[in-house]
Design a protein around this ligand. Structure first.
Ligand code: SF4
Ligand code: SF4
Length: 296
């Protein structure tokens, strides 16, 4: 696992990548913001690896550059922290748990002038590597990072939708509900419930009408088109059992929960209940305060 993650960083950015371009790409993801001035008063959370986080590893050419400029670190070559990535390159694990070896006691990077590329593009690194689902921890840890854009939630006015909205609300995401009228007999009641749930969370409500009783994959495709049109990088699915739709959506995934649309937009799919039984889903929703009394 560790090896794969190290390769991942390398696969995302090559040595010639200009950090300015990476940050431009990061800013292109609507809703993600980074205020670099926060770094001045931050305790460098990005230079410390906590329990459960991905180790921080740097490819050998970056270490060579560091040592060339800061020969006092030449002993890194004798360290047991070197690993071989799947790509055959050597990586130096600068932080497995705890602070990076280059972080000084004053919490300042001692090789800042030649710090590796993945450090220069923080926080974009974390987003690209770990995807939206995993970004929450980063948002908590990095006072300079924030996410303001809403998530499009497929909202069918049922208990699963209520639980999904509670889940998203708990993650401090602004909510945009998309209700799809498929011409079913209970469509009016479900629409009213979907609207009530959306209002409960102060979200925006949109609706679409299909001329036929579409299944999950069609609904998902419609929701993806919505996300694409609005430039929203995340989609919330309330389904527990529609594995087919979720699989269809996540086919061609490049990273954990990320779907790359044709125009280059990265869309993350949040399906917190996929594979869970109804009881587990309801329990989680209840824990998060889902307003089950409003569902159809
Ligand atoms: S955690 Fe965020 S705010 Fe703190 S130093 Fe790192 S990038 Fe800057
Ligand atoms: S090299 Fe410097 S900027 Fe990068 S993680 Fe280590 S201390 Fe932080």
């Amino acid at each position: 696992m560790e090896r794969l993650d190290l390769d991942l960083i390398d696969g995302l950015f090559d040595y010639d990548t200009d950090p300015a371009n990476v940050m431009d790409e990061f800013r292109r993801i609507k809703g993600l913001r980074f205020d670099g001035s926060a770094c001045a008063t931050c305790s460098n959370n990005c230079c410390i690896v906590n329990e459960g986080e991905i180790p921080r590893g740097f490819p050998q050419p970056e270490i060579d550059t560091i040592v060339a400029v800061h020969p006092e670190f030449a002993d890194v070559y004798a360290s047991k922290r070197w690993r071989i990535g799947k790509n055959g390159r050597r990586y130096y694990v600068a932080a497995k748990r705890g602070p990076c070896v280059f972080l000084g006691e004053d919490r300042r990077c001692r090789v800042y002038d030649v710090r590796p590329l993945s450090c220069r593009v923080v926080p974009a690194t974390e987003y690209w590597m770990r995807g939206h689902d995993e970004m929450d921890g980063w948002l908590d840890d990095c006072p300079g990072s924030s996410y303001t854009h809403p998530i499009v939630a497929l909202n069918d006015g049922d208990a699963a939708s209520a639980a999904l909205l509670a889940f998203l609300h708990n993650k401090k995401r602004a909510i945009v509900s998309l209700f799809v009228d498929r011409g079913l007999p209970d469509a009016a009641a479900k629409r009213a419930a979907a609207l009530a749930l959306t209002r409960h969370y102060g979200g925006e409500f949109y609706e679409e009408r299909l001329p036929f009783a579409a299944g999950g994959p069609v609904l998902a495709a419609l929701a993806v088109a919505y996300c694409d049109a609005y430039g929203v990088p995340a989609l919330g699915l309330p389904w527990r059992s529609e594995r087919k739709a979720i699989r269809a959506l996540t086919k061609g995934l490049r990273l954990s929960s990320r779907l790359w649309l044709d125009d280059g937009l990265a869309l993350d799919v949040l399906a917190p209940f996929a594979g869970k039984g109804e009881r587990a889903m309801l329990k989680l929703g209840r824990k998060l305060g889902a307003p089950y009394d409003l569902v159809a």
